[in-house]
Design a protein around this ligand. Structure first.
Ligand code: SF4
Ligand code: SF4
Length: 381
């Protein structure tokens, strides 16, 4: 069955947004490159800058990165740096400055090298989200980032500007969650790879209302297709997989699961429900609300990171998940070590089969991974 939401569908959206951004930039709108889900995009947008996520997912520029970085480093870090140092990524090329959170060791040290290429502000992220002191420290850091952004854009960021962006981004998150919800029923309405495309930012975040309208149209088409007998037959009986772990910047594992007969009903990853699920509290002082919401991101860089287990529990039930696949990138110590807790919780507390896949962006292990994933899906059938 042909996919409604494939690469050409996304490329049209990316092309439209890219052209719009070129126009806005030539009229003076600066562009801020972001590397992590802890950075409040609301602050960036309130300053009048256009946020763009720069975590990269291609193998092509990794050799360029390895001239400066060790080979045994997470591919996401190498790919992101390779894009910048080789100046081959049109998104990085358009940036005026970068905001980068102090998360894992590899990223932090890579950012030092990146700061030689672009103005870069490190966001000093606490190591835990579980103490009042850490929320206070994070709020203070975000106040300093607010001043930095104000200076970079010649803007005074008022609370009202922040409230406006908080409401907009909350609507965006709600829309992404509604796309996912189409997969909660007995027959999922979308393949995981389609959700990934429909909910992609599409590059620069310069016009969220239009991007939400794209998603609304996609939902109408998906619902119509889901009512067709041929589609129901295609989906019926496929094992329902929850994909968790590192950001799915490279898509090979997502594709392998679905090419092998499964359907990824939801993703507990950055860009997926790890980040889209939680709203910023609109009733609170905006900086407090931003600090609380963003520090809660259930990322393995936080220690402890118990809220990730709670989120997985909720998602397994909401999406009637049959099995959990955890994707970790090679040399990602935080997620690789945390997989111990995740496997234990999934298999013992939530009583679901679990598969841990550790890989990189190359194709060297695609055959072997396919065999392991097929065997896992067979257990679930
Ligand atoms: S997984 Fe953690 S470090 Fe990586 S992008 Fe997400 S929040 Fe940032
Ligand atoms: S995947 Fe892991 S090692 Fe790579 S940037 Fe994210 S947290 Fe760091």
């Amino acid at each position: 069955m042909d996919s409604l939401f494939d690469q050409p569908y996304l490329e049209k959206i990316e092309d439209r947004i890219f052209k719009e951004t070129v126009g806005l930039r030539s009229n003076g709108r600066p562009i801020a490159g972001l590397y992590c889900a802890f950075t409040p995009k609301e602050l960036v947008a309130a300053a009048g800058a256009i946020p763009v996520a720069l975590c990269a997912g291609t193998q092509a520029q990794i050799p360029a990165a390895e001239v400066h970085l060790p080979a045994n480093l997470c591919p996401l870090i190498k790919s992101s740096y390779g894009n910048a140092v080789s100046d081959t990524c049109p998104y990085f090329h358009m940036t005026d400055f970068l905001l980068a959170d102090a998360t894992c060791d590899g990223k932090k040290k890579m950012f030092e090298l990146l700061s030689l290429i672009r103005p870069l502000r490190i966001l000093q992220l606490p190591q835990t989200a579980e103490t009042p002191q850490s929320i206070m420290n994070w709020k203070e850091e975000l106040e300093r980032v607010r001043l930095y952004l104000g200076a970079m854009t010649q803007t005074t960021i008022t609370d009202d500007m922040l409230r406006e962006q908080i409401a907009l981004y909350n609507r965006m998150r709600q829309t992404v969650c509604r796309v996912y919800e189409l997969n909660q029923g007995k027959i999922p309405a979308l393949f995981g790879r389609e959700i990934d495309i429909i909910t992609s930012s599409g590059g620069f975040e310069c016009n969220l209302p239009e991007r939400m309208a794209d998603m609304e149209k996609a939902m109408v088409l998906a619902k119509k297709r889901a009512s067709e007998p041929e589609f129901k037959k295609t989906m019926d009986g496929r094992p329902r997989i929850l994909l968790t772990g590192c950001p799915t910047t490279h898509k090979k594992v997502l594709r392998l699961i679905e090419d092998s007969g499964g359907v990824v009903v939801c993703m507990e990853t950055c860009g997926g429900l790890k980040t889209a699920g939680a709203r910023v509290d609109e009733s609170k002082d905006p900086m407090t609300a931003l600090a609380e919401r963003y520090l809660k991101t259930p990322c393995a860089c936080m220690t402890p990171n118990s809220s990730r287990i709670t989120l997985l529990d909720d998602l397994i039930r909401q999406f009637q998940v049959d099995g959990v696949v955890e994707l970790t990138w090679e040399a990602c110590h935080t997620y690789n070590i945390e997989s111990y807790h995740i496997e234990k919780a999934v298999t013992q507390d939530f009583n679901r089969p679990y598969l841990h896949v550790q890989t990189d962006y190359s194709d060297h292990d695609t055959g072997q991974l396919g065999t392991r994933i097929e065997a896992f899906l067979e257990i679930l059938s």
